[in-house]
Design a protein around this ligand. Structure first.
Ligand SMILES: [Zn+2]
Length: 474
């Protein structure tokens, strides 16, 4: 997600970038991409001591989603979700806990979300739905490593003024539209209350099988690489090892496609000037090339950028047009796209809990965007200006939960600055690039938290104590 008061800083970065934007066609990531398999996680890095072993935070639950989505001509959506679940924790579960975010917007939507029925093993089961929390009672406990599946039938409409889950300019944005199983840790379901600021849902990497039916006149864009443009009105979509599955149903976009290495970038424009859409295409291609070369492989075959709605990242898809309902001018729009694009690595590949550890994706997205800007020829990292960004902040750490802050400046700005500070006297930009590549190699498709980041960083720099983290990590 992007936040408005970052715009000034990104605008400065963008000037640096655009003044020396030249695409590097010589990325060496192509072969690696062909070899990437979700099952083959990192094979260890040569940049850190061989004794170091990264440890991802276990999700506690393991889920596969089979979703059948039908939209009718009255704009009512019917969903049949079959969800296969494995208890990956050591506890026995007596209930299952899901996020069902469309219910948050029921009062605003033309027709509220309605659950028709929930079945397990062919029998109806009891459930409760409060706000975005769906709890399903289990008739008998699900033991550690036990498997079960749940069938949930429901329908909904989409409000004009939702948040991510919204209808905008005749386009439908189905963000978090299905029941998403929460993670399970510390002997409890890790499900917090919905908030309108920040991302309050945390899910594990999962596989998705989605079938859809649409009325005539729409085209579908999704997390899956199977959605060619223009899409047919019905089809099957699949995505492996993604944190969530996003669908946009669009009317009459103007589309530019560009091949970069072996990724197809698709820009879906609406009322923008053709020249701007072309500039965005070139910028996205340049940034994708840089991030793949510097950090690591982009994990999808397709990168879709939709120039409509709220600025936000989803696996394989970025939406960018407005912040707080205010349309962005071309330069802030471009800088926002860079930020959301960086999330494909920090959120999309390296996971973190966005409620309790939001700094790990928001701060790193800002940091990676800075790397891109400062890596242009003859540019250096403006450390003094960076420090000015956080001068007025209270002495709070960056790794508190969302409900503990009254400003997101800690998560975004202070993290970004403190990450740069690590490198000011430890190798600067080049070392920062090496650091991110090593971090990516170690934590590809894993979840990181503050402790794991500290462990990694201490090992990377061979630090003897935790003093470099005192100012910013609790
Ligand atoms: Zn963000």
């Amino acid at each position: 997600m992007k936040r408005s008061f970052l715009l000034f800083n990104f605008f400065i970065l963008l000037i640096i970038i655009l003044s020396s934007c030249k695409q590097d066609e010589n990325s060496d990531s192509t072969d690696v991409k062909n070899a990437l398999s979700p099952l083959e996680e990192n094979s260890g890095s040569t940049d850190v001591e061989t004794a170091f072993s990264p440890k991802g935070i276990p999700a506690g639950s393991n889920t596969t989603y089979n979703i059948n989505l039908k939209m009718n001509s009255s704009e009512i959506f019917e969903v049949e979700a079959n969800i296969d679940i494995v208890n990956d924790s050591k506890d026995t579960w007596n209930e299952l806990v899901f996020y069902l975010i469309p219910n948050i917007f029921s009062e605003k939507a033309p027709q509220a979300l309605t659950i028709q029925e929930i079945k397990m093993d062919g029998e109806k089961v009891k459930y409760t739905l409060n706000e975005d929390t769906l709890k399903i009672q289990l008739k008998s406990g699900l033991v550690s490593n036990g498997e079960t599946s749940v069938e949930i039938l429901y329908d909904f409409t989409i409000p004009e003024k939702g948040l991510r889950f919204t209808k905008n300019n005749g386009n439908f944005y189905l963000a978090q539209f299905y029941p998403m199983l929460a993670t399970y840790r510390n002997h409890r379901w890790n499900k917090e209350e919905y908030r309108f600021q920040g991302e309050t849902y945390h899910t594990d990497f999962s596989d998705f099988y989605v079938t859809y039916h649409l009325p005539e006149g729409y085209t579908l864009v999704s997390t899956s690489p199977n959605d060619s443009y223009p899409s047919s009105t019905q089809g099957t979509l699949q995505a492996s090892q993604v944190k969530e599955f996003f669908i946009a149903i669009l009317q009459n976009p103007s589309v530019i496609e560009k091949e970069v290495n072996d990724t197809t970038i698709r820009i879906f424009g609406f009322d923008q000037e053709k020249e701007l859409i072309q500039e965005i295409t070139e910028l996205a291609a340049d940034a994708l090339t840089y991030f793949e070369k510097t950090i690591g492989l982009y994990p999808h075959d397709q990168l879709d950028i939709i120039l409509d709605g709220m600025s936000m990242e989803y696996p394989g898809v970025v939406t960018a047009h407005s912040i707080n309902d205010i349309a962005l001018d071309p330069d802030p729009l471009k800088s926002t796209i860079l930020h959301e694009l960086a999330h494909q690595w920090f959120y999309g590949v390296i996971s973190n809990d966005p409620y309790h550890e939001a700094w790990l994706d928001e701060g790193f997205a800002g940091f990676a965007t800075g790397l891109y800007a400062y890596s242009r020829p003859n540019k250096t990292v403006p450390y003094e200006n960076l420090y000015k960004m956080i001068e007025r902040l209270k002495p709070l750490p960056v790794n508190l939960s969302l409900d503990e802050y009254d400003s997101s400046a800690y998560i975004y700005d202070k993290t970004n600055v403190m990450l740069w500070k690590l490198f000011e006297k430890r190798g600067g930009l080049e070392e920062a690039e090496r650091f991110l590549k090593t971090y990516y190699d170690e934590y590809l498709f894993k979840e990181v938290n503050s402790q794991e980041f500290i462990k990694f960083t201490k090992n990377y720099f061979n630090l003897k104590d935790d003093s470099v983290f005192d100012e910013w990590l609790k």
